[in-house]
Design a protein around this ligand. Sequence first.
Ligand code: PMP
Length: 398
Amino acid sequence: MSNVHELTFLKEKIEQLKKEGVYRKLPVLEGPNEPEVIMNGKKVINLSSNNYLGFANHPRLKKAAIEAVEKYGAGAGAVRTIVGNMSLHEELEKILAEFKREEAVFVYQSGFNCNAGTIQAVTEEGDLIVSDELNHASIIDGTRLSKAARAIYKHSDMDSLEAVLKDARNNKKYKNILIITDGVFSMDGDIAKLPEIVELAEKYEAMTYVDDAHGSGVLGENGRGTVDHFGLHGRVDFSIGTLSKAIGVIGGYVAGSRTVYEWLSHRARPVLFSTSLPPAAVGAIIEAVKMLMESSEYTDRLWENARYWKEKIGNLGFNTGHSQTPITPVIIGDEAKTMEFSKRLFENGVFVSGIVYPTVPKGTGRVRCMVTAAHTKEQLDRAAEIFEKVGKEMNILK
Ligand code: PMP
């Protein structure tokens, strides 16, 4: 008989991962997240970070982080509701609200936490959550933590969404309905049909919740996000962003009304029961938001690089799907071939992660290229040459 403390049941599962060819070790980065990195001892062009604007190792953010540590210390020391809410946290929420052009912002320790905490806090038994089928895992988990009923609509399919809403309202059994969508879908780079979603929400008296993890710092004026991009201020109830991707640090937030802020400050469980963001992170984030408010230099460069890369890689004959944002999938199809492509790219000097089932549907395996504002044209040219070489060697390109 197996001894439960030897965790045999987990060892067996790990063996199964190995048999399926999906076991892996965590890759190790020796230094900051930059356009070129040393990964697992090898120097490679990095085409896989969410560091859209190159802020993760920006001198201004690092200086602000150091100053915040000197003034406020290394850790916050408590949850925000006890003695962990420093004037620095308040300053961050104020500047973020100004940037987002919303009444108030409530900050969490991560984007994941934000979805996990907010969805359950604003819904209850008798409500209905209506979610796009391709929404992020943290939305799925946040929904699971809620006592509300749930329904899924087909990806960005407004007929499917309307059918769910009509049925829910005809049934008349639900109190509040909350429609949740990613602003930018992280695996394909397509933008949610937010104007249509908002119209349907208004027609069926539903609330709207947009997770703009990949739209913040990318879309809208100076990176104000998808709501700003579509001019929908005041018509989206919960506008979520991360501070870990374009902003380059860590954290998540909800932008919306003062009412949203007040309720979450009483009921957002990750904030009530987990220590607040450390001063270094908060100081760096404030600096990043200031930099975005000062100029469009970073977002302009991101888009210029993204267009350059898409054109280059598309002209070579790769299938880049239907992305509308800097996220550029290169669709290979077969799972094993996708992983082999990623591996061979790495051996030749480019790191770009392979994404396969179950993260994306079977047969749509892809490497997901993330170009940043910090890449030089020379780095992108070099990466494209490697894509061409490996693509030809593997018969992906003719
Ligand atoms: N939402 C979406 C759509 C995301 O892509 C991610 C990050 N992968 C998150 C939320 C979580 O954000 P964070 O990394 O800040 O926890």
